[in-house]
Design a protein around this ligand. Sequence first.
Ligand SMILES: *[C@@H]1O[C@H](CO)[C@@H](O)[C@H](O)[C@H]1NC(C)=O
Ligand SMILES: *[C@@H]1O[C@H](CO)[C@@H](O)[C@H](O)[C@H]1NC(C)=O
Length: 510
Amino acid sequence: MDIHIFIITLWVLIIPGDLSDCGHVKSFLNCNKRFPKKKYRPFYHITTPDGWISNPTGFTFYERQYHIFFQYFPYNGAWNHMSWGHAVSENLIDWIHFPTALMPKDHYDSHGCLAGCALVYKHMLTLFYTGNVVSGRESFQTQNIAISGDGMYFQKYLYNPIIRESTSGIREFRNPKVWRFRNVWYMIVGTTSSESSGQLVLYTSGDMFNWELNGTLVNSYGDMGYMWENPDLFELDGYHVLILSAQGIQPDSWRFRNLYQTGYILGNFNYIKGQFDDMEVSIATFHQLDYGHDFYTVKTMRAKDGRRLLIGWLGTWDTDFIESTFGWASMLTMVRELRINKNGRILMTPVEEIIQLRGELIENAWYKPGEYFQAESKSFELIVNSTSVFLDVEIIFEWKYGGLTIGYSAEHGFISIDRGGIDGVRRAYWSPIDYVHLRIFVDSSSIEVFCGDGDVVFSSRIYPNQMRIRIAGYSEVHIMQYKLRPSIGLNNKLKQHVNNDLIYNNSYIY
Ligand SMILES: *[C@@H]1O[C@H](CO)[C@@H](O)[C@H](O)[C@H]1NC(C)=O
Ligand SMILES: *[C@@H]1O[C@H](CO)[C@@H](O)[C@H](O)[C@H]1NC(C)=O
């Protein structure tokens, strides 16, 4: 603990004071942003100022600003008692860290404030979350509320928990998703049935504080694992989209290769019955959102202009976070937009605002197989177009001691990424139209590959040093390479608050 405070103090001393007036909440976003430089840290993906980040826990829009919340442990790069970190943006790309929103300090959440959702009602920014308490080998999970009138400081509800116990007495009972429809509040929570299969339960309320159990919303058909986390339900392009993060699905050829899976099922939620009409939940109807090595759990929100936006965790539970030796671990994905195509599949593309990160255009030329070029920075976007769908495309990122290959096979109709090692390949069927079009985002220690219109997406961690990019396969490719500017920061005034939280929280936990 002393060492932590010492480091924090050092950090405060090293970073010079900020130059602009940062007196008001609104102006914090325009202030100077600084971040301690650390190995493998991303430039334009949300990560923590220090410590561990995992699931996004809430994503909403309040008083002209986007708010993203996430699981956060400030002291080192390992999972522990979770807080809710908080970052805010006006444009979905420039994010500033706000003070920690929720800390595990109360008797009903002493071992963690777990994920839930954020929503705005009557000018209040309201968080729903799961309190986790561990006693011996058992954990007790309850649903709770915290409210803010300024978008920065949150007050936990005096009469928490609002839901004290799962229906079956099952301990796995978490991640409330709450919404309002025709004066009724709805909440779905992820749990496990008494037969140990994933299950969602539905609650309703007239006032968002007093909840009644409505019943089981969806049950597993048996091949969908033992626990469903982080449910989401929303309307998009005429469908109801149910998103869930399932634990315990077995790998099925190229699908479900990671430890746990986040995916979706389309259906029609019937408000009269409080049920889905004819919904089958099985691996036949459940589609992965992302095929990369490092992707698990998401939060979505509806923007003012109607877009459905998504942010996910660019991480999984079974990975080694190499950066944890430098005191931090993991990051979130870029914000993405969702659409549904005519075959009922979700398309996922980077939000259009991302192009505002573009700086210098470094590369803009045709390359033949065998040719290569350097990645001029650690933070860049590549736009790749081939000449035809009938020719294989291969883009190889190479660095000392490692590499990653993106390969499109015309004959087999698939696209894969291979980062080497045991179980290094991830692959999905893909039938591009006209030619192969890829947008590839590299950010220090991550890569996100968007294929075509967002038909297939891969999100993975990589640990390169100096990187060069070689073209293989049979097609000439047109390449554009843009440098991308840094966009995530800490504001000095707020950093002070974050640090106070750190010190306070530190003395509390240990
Ligand atoms: C569940 O909700 C539906 C729709 O609001 C309602 O018709 C039904 O009576 C509810 N069931 C219970 C047990 O509350
Ligand atoms: C590459 O393909 C995309 C998508 O089809 C297109 O919008 C873009 O103009 C193409 N770029 C070049 C340089 O041909």
